[in-house]
Design a protein around this ligand. Structure first.
Ligand code: ADP
Ligand code: MG
Length: 147
């Protein structure tokens, strides 16, 4: 069977999404856009886990606040599958700053600020694979159609 390399991305419903009781609404938008959920869990990130996940931003002015925010409550990582997953998911969530996000995007609909912006999406196929492995073992990534 052909193994596609551009069909996976990692979403995280961030602590503001969970606190605002928006898990269901955001997952509905994601599923209605054609993404299949292949793994999902709720976790509270430790400071070390958040720093590891966002290591690329270490040293930026917003880094410490980002770690405080991402560890402020539980979040919901979700491994998603769809053709062209990374690009299509970035389109669905909109720009980092909700004030600049396109109408109808998840961040435009629900985010309060450039920091508290509801949802994470991987930015490349390579990072998608790395980020999915931050949260899920191979056994935890399921094909909803079974094997
Ligand atoms: P994205 O999540 O859209 O890929 P980045 O990777 O640039 O955005 O940043 C990671 C996260 O850091 C953002 O989603 C947001 O929560 C936070 N962040 C980014 N830029 C800023 C900023 N200028 N001020 C505060 N927080 C920011
Ligand atoms: Mg990013």
């Amino acid at each position: 069977m052909e193994r596609k390399l551009n069909n996976k991305t990692l979403a995280i419903l961030k602590p503001d999404c969970v606190k605002k009781n928006l898990i269901g609404k955001v997952v509905t938008l994601i599923q209605n856009a054609g993404f299949k959920v292949s793994a999902m869990k709720m976790v509270k990130l430790t400071s070390d886990a958040a720093k590891g996940f966002y290591a690329i931003h270490n040293g930026k002015p917003f880094f410490n606040d980002l770690i405080t925010y991402m560890t402020s409550g539980p979040c919901v990582p979700i491994a998603l599958e769809k053709d062209n997953a990374v690009e299509d998911f970035r389109k669905l969530i909109g720009a980092t700053d909700p004030a600049k996000a396109a109408e109808g995007t998840i961040r435009k609909l629900y985010a309060d600020s450039i920091q508290e912006n509801i949802v994470h999406g991987s930015d490349s196929d390579e990072n998608a694979a790395i980020e999915i492995s931050h949260f899920f073992s191979r056994k935890e990534i399921l094909d909803i159609n079974g094997f």
